[in-house]
Write a protein that binds this ligand. Sequence first.
Ligand SMILES: C[S@@+](CC[C@H](N)C(=O)[O-])C[C@H]1O[C@@H](n2cnc3c(N)ncnc32)[C@H](O)[C@@H]1O
Length: 303
Amino acid sequence: MRLIQHKKEAWWFYRFLSVFYDKYVNPLFWTDFMRDRSLQLAHLNVPNISVVDVGSGTGFTTEGIVQQVPAEHVYCIDQSPHQMAKARGKASLQNCNFQLGDAENLPFENDRFDRYVSAGSIEYWPNPEQGIREAYRVIKPGGIALMIGPLEPQNKVARFIADTWMLFPSDQEYRDWFRSAGFTDIRVEYIRPQWYRKKAEYGIAIAGVKQQPGVSTAPLSAPLLPEPEKMTFGRGLQIFWRVLVGSLAGFLFIPAALFGYVRRMFSPKGNLPPQYREGLNGYQIGALVLIVLAVVLLIRFVF
Ligand SMILES: C[S@@+](CC[C@H](N)C(=O)[O-])C[C@H]1O[C@@H](n2cnc3c(N)ncnc32)[C@H](O)[C@@H]1O
């Protein structure tokens, strides 16, 4: 179903989610450790490079990029003005260049950037293959594109909920899309937050190098899905129910992560440096208490 894998639906999803994204949601699923490990694949530590961060959202990944690249050389693209407003408010991102735009049709000429980074955005693109072609198009020959995204869950129930929410590609799909876009020297890292204990991989960071100037020449494996442009009453209703049901499916992953971190409090931490030790912040502990209270009240009310 992938109810939020559409541009308008994703726009509305982030209209509301942007309010509590940084405090409650993002730190559960996309952590400093995952980000820093993924960004290593982009080789950002090179003087005078320019970077485009696509689906930059509230700027969490951008904050990792500007630790290595001067903010003036970093271009943030997102289709959500609400997410972008949060990023613009962050002190370390003040000098970044912000522009609203679509990942599948980037507002830049060919061969413009040294690096392309996109984290946690591909799952909302109706045409992910086209988005990866755009990554290829806008970087220079010798440039690197890095895409970070979720992997399809192996557990059947989790997969059903994930598929109701948005796109969770397979490992093979990411690799095929990168290869068919024309990238070479493809490298992959698997990433996961520390609450996630399953054997199956959780997320992927995949990077490739562009060799030739210009656009990808191989045809897309599937025709582009057009987004319905005309806003009718029926389309409005469709957006409403898709955003509502898709968001509910997505929110089901929040208690799983919250309880995962509670369990982790009682298990060995390993020898990670302190800045990478993950846990719950005060907002999330508050949310957890509310969830437990709601469940207790529900049980008392029903039985
Ligand atoms: C999970 S957030 C990731 C934000 C950020 N990269 C980070 O690291 O926190 C996904 C972002 O992708 C953006 N997005 C979704 N579809 C998009 C599209 N077609 N073009 C540009 N941005 C898009 C959303 O608005 C949202 O801000």
